[in-house]
Design a protein around this ligand. Structure first.
Ligand code: NAD
Length: 338
């Protein structure tokens, strides 16, 4: 029997619709060449929903997600005013227990990169830390934010990172600021050491976050899997994406026990809305990661190989890659390779 998967696509805000539509075109092209069926369900989410629904994540969308196998999420705008709804990504990560955020960063052919041989993955704890959402104003001009770190969440993400390291070069670096955040990062460090007992083959080292941001520039090729807490991972993975070329190429997976949500690392880049100018590859890569997670690794590989072939040829390049091609042109080139 043909395998079939229900995918919720959330197009999001700004450049979200164009990069999500590009990805769906690529997924449909690969579906035609493979033995599975994708049932794409469209949901509404993002800042554009707030005027009508009073929220950026309407109930109908949550119900749709509950019935699906995975979610492809376009970037969304998050209003920054106090009292505005929490980011959709943060809500979904917590609601569906998507505890590991996985962001691969590697050198691509013909894409300017700090070093020619970078291939690392940042694994970021996705449900707590400074993203706890617990903030208060103690007095005018004095605020606090709670950085919640638990042994349970730290162990889960560390165990995930060790499993990933076992499939790769068996090297794991954990990143913290244990010299200053002695209690919270002490819990994180202890949880990593606890998880390490089950993976004696993995070489383990650690870095303070400030040193890690520097090392990513100095010798990024040295790292394989980097695991860290929520905010440190957010910053480090954006840096790693830029070190390997462009935010327009970086994808991320949000993985839970039974559900996965896949998205580009970049945001909604509002100034480029509707210009057909940005690079859709990050979201297309997120689509490939989704297929891989669903168990369709051959199809995922086909997409990655098509992207690499287009980059290697170097004829169709979007602005972020130093070219003039439109987003739809690079999507067409990828589909032609598939
Ligand atoms: P951004 O990632 O949207 O854009 C920063 C810059 O990166 C852009 O101006 C552009 O030069 C470049 N860029 C981004 N995507 C690109 C692409 N596909 N191709 C080529 N270049 C690209 O970051 P921002 O301006 O800080 O944030 C804009 C909005 O996005 C904010 O509301 C923010 O909260 C939101 N955001 C959402 C997510 C998400 O949905 N997961 C992630 C990050 C930011």
């Amino acid at each position: 029997m043909t395998k079939s998967y229900s995918i919720v696509a959330l197009k999001g805000d700004g450049i979200g619709p164009e990069v999500t539509e590009a990805t769906i075109r690529v997924l449909e092209a690969v579906e035609k060449k493979s033995g599975f069926k994708l049932n794409i369900l469209y949901g509404e989410a993002g800042a554009h929903c707030i005027p009508e629904h009073g929220t950026n994540l309407p109930k109908e969308t949550i119900e749709l997600i509950k019935q699906s196998n995975a979610c492809l999420k376009g970037p969304m705008t998050t209003p920054e005013e106090a009292g505005a709804p929490v980011s959709v990504a943060v809500t979904l990560r917590r609601m569906f227990g998507l505890y590991a955020n996985v962001r691969p960063c590697r050198t691509f052919p013909n894409v300017e990169s700090l070093k020619p041989n970078i291939d690392l993955v940042v694994v970021r704890e996705n449900t707590e830390g400074l993203y706890s959402g617990v903030e208060s104003l103690l007095a005018p001009g004095v605020g606090i934010a709670l950085r919640i770190i638990t042994k349970e969440a730290s162990f889960k993400v560390a165990d995930f990172a060790f499993k990933l390291a076992m499939q790769r070069r068996k090297h794991l670096t954990y990143i913290h600021k244990g010299n200053i955040l002695r209690i919270t990062d002490g819990i994180f460090k202890d949880a990593v050491k606890e998880a390490q007992k089950n993976y004696p083959e993995v070489e383990v080292d650690d870095l303070h976050i400030d040193a890690a941001t520097m090392q990513l520039i100095k010798q990024p090729e040295k790292y394989d899997v980097m695991v860290t807490t929520n905010l440190f991972g957010d910053i480090l993975s954006d840096e790693a994406a830029q070190v390997t070329g462009s935010l327009g190429l970086a994808a991320g997976a949000n993985i839970g026990v039974t559900y996965g949500m896949f998205e580009p690392v970049h945001g909604s880049a509002p100034k480029y809305t509707g210009m057909n100018r940005v690079n859709p590859i990050a979201t297309i890569m997120a689509g490939a990661m989704m297929l891989d997670w669903l168990g369709e690794s051959a199809a995922a590989k086909k997409i990655e190989e098509a992207i690499i072939a287009v980059l290697k040829e170097g004829k169709v390049r979007t602005h972020d890659l130093g070219g003039e091609a439109k987003g739809t042109e690079i999507t067409d080139a990828i589909i032609a390779k598939i």
